[in-house]
Design a protein around this ligand. Structure first.
Ligand code: AHR
Length: 495
C-alpha cells in the first residue's frame, strides 16, 4: 500500500521537453544499420534513413538528438562528412572497434534525420583532436544565412536554408577520451572554443563538458576557474554530466536481488542532480547555466557473439524500470535539469530500438519514452509518495529501493502521473490524493509490465508493450493497482 499526495498548485517548474532527449553515436550499429542503410538498400528508406526506425522514433517523440558522439566526437572532423558520399574519406573509428568509418552519414544526413523525427539537432564538437577553426566553421556551415563559401557549400550539399542548429557541445568527456584534460585546462580550452562559436543572429546554446558521474571536484574546479579567472564570460549555457548506472548480472540474466541492485544504482541519479546543481549554484545561483545529463543509462555486458566494442545489449522490463525511475527524477527536479540524453537511440547500450537486418523492435525502454512523452513541456507539480522500501542483498551487504516512485505534471486541467512498482513479484495498491480542492473527473491509464526478465525479441517484438490499466479516477482521491515490476502512466482530468 502506498499513498501519493499531489498538490496541483505546488509547482516545481516547467519540464523541459529536452529532458526526453536521445544520444546517437557512430558506435557499433547505432548509425550504420540502425539509422542509416543508404539509398540503395533493400530496406525501405527515405534518402538512406530507415523508414521503420524513423516511424518508430516519431512515436517516441525525441525532442533533441545528440550526435556524433561520445568519444567519437573528439576524433571526428566534420568536413569528412559533407559533399558527395562517394568521395568522402574512409577513416578508422579508433574508439569503437577500429572499424572503417565511411562518413556516409554526416551533418546533412543527421539534420535530415532530426527533421524527419521532429527532434532538434545537438552537435558535439571536437576539442580533443580538432581545432577552434573547425568548430567555428562547422557552426557557420550549419547556421549562416549569408553568402559565404561555407553557406554556399551547405546549399550545394542539399540545405539552401540555414539548419538552425541551436545546441553545440564543446567536446565530450574531456577528462577522458576527449583529451585527458584537468578541469582547469579544459576550462581554458572551453573558453577559447566558445569565444569563436558565433550565433549568426540565431539562438545558440553552448554546452561545456562536466564530470564523470557525480564528481563534485571536477565541477567545483571548472566553475572556480571560469568565475575567478574569467568573470563576465557569458558564452556558456549548459554544463553536462554523464552517469551510467552499469549493470548487475547481465542484460537478461539476473537474480531478484540483482533486479533491485540495478534499480538502486539508477536511483543514484537523484543525488547527482541535487549535488551537481548545488555545486553549480555556488557560482551560478541564478541558474543561468543549465544542468544537462547528456549521457546516461544502463551498461550491460554485450550480447554473446557480438563485437565487444559495439556495445549491443538486450533490454528488459528492468531497463524500463531504470528509465522510468530516472525520468521521474528529472521531472521531480524540473527546476534543476534542462536536458538529458539517454545512451543510445538504436542498437547501442540502453537502446530505444533494436534492429536486425530488415527487422526492428521497440524495447521496453522505448515504450517508457512513448508513455512518458505527455510530461514534455508540462508543469511539474509536487507529488509526495509514502511507500515502503524493498530490502535486497548485495554480497554481504543489504540495500533498499522504494517500492513506489513517480512524478506528476500538469497541462491545463490535465494531470499526468507516472508511477513505478519496483517489487519483483507483488502488486501494490496506490491511493492518489489530490490537494487544494482538486478533484478527478475521469482518466485513463496504461501499464508496462512483465516477468522481471521479460523483453522483446525479433520473433516476438511486442511481448512487452503498454496495455490499458483499469482506473476509476473520480473525486479528491482514487485508487490504482500497480502490477509487480511495472511502469504506469495515467492521465487524469481535473474539475
Ligand atoms: O556511450 C558510449 C560512450 O560512453 C561514449 O562514447 C562516451 O562519451 C562514454 O564514455
Amino acid at each position: 500500500m502506498a499513498q501519493v499526495t499531489i498538490d496541483p498548485q505546488d509547482e516545481i517548474g516547467t519540464i523541459h521537453p529536452t529532458i526526453y532527449g536521445h544520444f546517437a553515436e557512430h558506435l557499433g550499429r547505432c548509425i550504420y544499420d540502425g539509422i542509416w542503410v543508404g539509398e540503395d538498400s533493400p530496406i525501405p528508406n527515405t534518402d538512406g534513413l530507415r523508414n521503420d526506425v524513423v516511424e518508430a522514433l516519431r512515436k517516441l517523440k525525441p525532442p533533441v538528438i545528440r550526435w556524433p558522439g561520445g568519444c567519437f566526437a573528439d576524433d571526428y572532423h566534420w568536413q569528412d562528412g559533407i559533399g558527395p558520399r562517394e568521395t568522402r574519406p574512409r577513416r578508422v573509428n579508433i574508439h569503437w572497434g577500429q572499424v572503417v568509418e565511411t562518413n556516409a552519414f554526416g551533418t546533412q544526413e543527421f539534420v535530415r534525420l532530426c527533421r524527419l523525427v521532429g527532434a532538434q539537432p545537438y552537435i558535439c564538437g571536437n576539442v580533443g583532436s580538432g581545432t577552434v577553426r573547425e568548430l567555428r566553421e562547422w557552426v557557420e556551415y550549419c547556421n549562416y544565412d549569408g553568402d559565404s563559401t561555407l553557406a554556399r557549400q551547405r546549399a550545394v550539399d542539399g540545405s539552401p536554408e540555414p539548419m538552425e542548429v541551436i545546441y553545440w557541445g564543446v567536446g565530450n568527456e574531456n577528462w577522458g577520451c576527449g583529451g585527458s584534460f584537468s578541469p582547469e585546462d579544459y576550462c581554458t580550452e572551453f573558453r577559447r572554443y566558445a569565444t569563436f562559436v558565433r550565433n549568426y543572429g540565431r539562438r545558440l546554446y553552448a554546452i561545456a563538458c562536466g564530470p564523470s558521474g557525480n564528481d563534485i571536484e571536477w565541477t567545483t574546479r571548472f566553475f572556480r576557474k571560469l568565475y575567478r579567472d574569467y568573470r563576465g564570460f557569458r558564452n556558456i549555457h549548459g554544463y553536462s554530466a554523464h552517469y551510467y548506472c552499469g549493470t548487475a548480472g547481465t542484460a537478461t540474466e539476473y537474480t531478484v536481488d540483482q533486479w533491485y541492485e540495478l534499480i538502486a544504482k539508477g536511483l543514484k541519479m537523484e543525488r547527482l542532480v541535487v549535488q551537481q546543481r548545488a555545486a553549480m549554484d555556488a557560482y551560478d545561483p541564478e541558474r543561468a547555466i543549465g544542468l544537462i545529463v547528456d549521457e546516461w543509462g544502463t551498461w550491460h555486458p554485450v550480447e554473446k557473439g557480438t563485437h565487444p566494442r559495439f556495445l549491443y545489449q538486450q533490454n528488459t522490463i528492468r531497463d524500463a524500470l531504470v528509465a522510468a525511475t530516472t525520468l521521474d527524477i528529472f521531472n521531480r527536479h524540473a527546476d534543476k535539469v534542462v536536458m538529458a540524453n539517454i545512451a543510445q537511440t538504436v542498437n547501442v547500450l540502453q537502446a530505444m530500438i533494436l534492429t536486425q537486418d530488415e527487422k526492428m523492435l521497440v524495447t521496453p525502454t522505448g515504450c517508457v519514452y512513448e508513455m512518458y512523452a505527455p510530461h514534455q513541456g508540462g508543469t511539474a507539480v509536487r507529488a509526495r509518495i509514502e511507500t515502503e522500501a524493498v530490502t535486497y542483498a548485495q554480497g554481504e551487504d543489504e540495500g533498499q529501493v522504494p517500492l513506489v516512485a513517480g512524478s506528476a505534471s500538469l497541462k491545463g486541467k490535465t494531470l499526468f502521473v507516472t508511477l513505478t512498482n519496483t517489487h519483483a513479484k507483488d502488486e501494490v495498491a496506490v491511493t492518489i490524493h489530490l490537494l487544494g480542492g482538486a478533484a478527478a473527473v475521469g482518466g485513463t491509464a496504461r501499464v508496462l509490465t512483465g516477468e522481471i526478465h521479460a523483453h522483446n525479441t525479433f520473433g516476438e517484438p511486442e511481448h512487452v508493450c503498454p496495455e490499458p490499466l483499469d482506473i476509476d479516477a473520480s473525486g479528491p482521491s482514487f485508487k490504482l493497482m500497480l502490477p509487480p515490476a511495472s511502469v504506469i502512466a495515467a492521465e487524469v482530468a481535473l474539475s
